[in-house]
Ligand binder design. Structure first.
Ligand SMILES: Nc1nc2c(ncn2[C@@H]2O[C@H](COP(=O)(O)OP(=O)(O)O)[C@@H](O)[C@H]2O)c(=O)[nH]1
Ligand SMILES: [Mg+2]
Length: 336
């Protein structure tokens, strides 16, 4: 992924949740033509005038339902240029970024085409003399109207799937200073997240894995910090995963943040220190992020790490909190 200006993504996370539903091509045609069919002009002494007006209005109505709808879709789907790489990665994995861009371009094309066809046919109608010709012109417009929309039916389907997919992505804000909590199972990751966020966190499924992530926040003096607990994601070797899972997990590298690697020296997690060290090195090598070691359960183990805490007797938690906010400030200042 190319480097983008990080300042320009503001709002995209929320934005993704408010993409309107995407109609299928047949639904859009139906909706537009039904509304057009309802148009009837009142009696006019001059029969031709009434027929002309009615057919012009029908064309204008069909166009005015479909074209602005398609235009709105183009506006509401984030353009790849504005999308944070974290989300771009998922679109690439699921649909292909090129297909996504193509779909938006095609929908934009269709919207413009419907407008220009309407203008063209309305001009023709204005010049037509016989009522039967007027009806023919309007029917011709309907025909072309339908074929333009049918032409983008695959694009609309793709955008519909895309919308559903984007709405379900975990609510991770890639711009906030973030601490990704990693470590083998049972070392105390969830307990730490609970403690630090005072049980205030959200869950979401992590794309292309069967896993759930937990995201929570801490706030102090106006500094907001995001914490992500990744059970089943950063707690076992990458080699055990399929390609799609691997690439999906690698998207975490796009997030502005560092890793807190939890080490349990008490022996109660069921994993040896060697197993934990191995995972530590793997995560360090895979993500190229700053990685800080945090010893857990020091109520039942001797202190060996610089940062050490207990979720049980709360030892070391105040220091960890301070550490988190000091480094969050650094992340904000340095851009990482
Ligand atoms: N003695 C002690 N037990 C802890 C501590 N933190 C977590 N545990 C226990 O360790 C087990 C695993 O904790 P959990 O947070 O679920 O670990 P995770 O799998 O890494 O999320 C649970 O039974 C916790 O109660 C701690 O600081 N001290
Ligand atoms: Mg857990």
């Amino acid at each position: 992924m190319g480097e983008k200006n990080r300042g320009s993504y503001k709002g995209t996370v929320k934005f993704l949740r408010f993409i309107p539903t995407v109609l299928r091509s047949d639904e859009l045609i139906d909706k537009s033509l039904k509304k057009a069919a309802k148009i009837e002009e009142p009696y006019d002494k001059i029969f031709e005038n009434r027929v002309r007006k009615e057919n012009i209005d029908r064309i204008a109505t069909a166009e005015s339902v479909a074209a602005p709808y398609l235009q709105r879709l183009v506006k509401r789907f984030p353009s790849i240029e504005k999308l944070h790489p974290f989300y771009e990665d998922f679109i690439e994995l699921k649909f292909g970024v090129d297909n996504y861009k193509k779909a938006l371009n095609n929908v934009n094309w269709a919207s413009e085409k419907l407008v220009s066809l309407a203008t063209e046919n309305i001009n023709e109608l204005k010049k037509a003399r016989k009522p039967f010709q007027m009806v023919e012109i309007r029917k011709k417009y309907y025909g072309r109207f339908c074929s333009v929309i049918e032409h983008i039916s695959d694009d609309l389907l793709l955008l519909g799937q895309c919308r559903d997919f984007l709405r379900k992505l975990p609510e991770i804000d890639p711009l906030l200073p973030t601490y990704i909590i990693a470590g083998m199972p049972n070392v105390g990751k969830s307990s730490l997240l609970n403690t630090l966020t005072m049980n205030n966190f959200k869950t979401a499924s992590y794309p292309f894995t069967t896993q759930t992530v937990f995201t929570g926040f801490m706030e102090e003096d106006g500094v907001r910090v995001q914490l992500i607990d990744t059970p089943g994601i950063l707690d076992r070797p990458m080699a055990e995963r399929n390609e799609l899972e691997r690439r999906s997990i690698l998207s975490l590298k796009d997030i502005k943040g560092v890793i807190l690697f939890l080490m349990d020296h008490s022996g109660t997690s069921g994993y040896t220190v060697e197993q934990q060290e191995k995972l530590y090195l793997e995560i360090k090598d895979t993500f190229h992020k700053k990685i800080y070691r945090v010893q857990t359960k020091i109520d039942i183990s001797t202190r060996v790490e610089d940062i050490a805490i207990s979720n049980v007797n709360k030892e070391g938690l105040e220091e960890l909190r301070n550490f988190i906010f000091i480094h969050a400030g650094e992340m904000i200042d340095t851009g990482y």
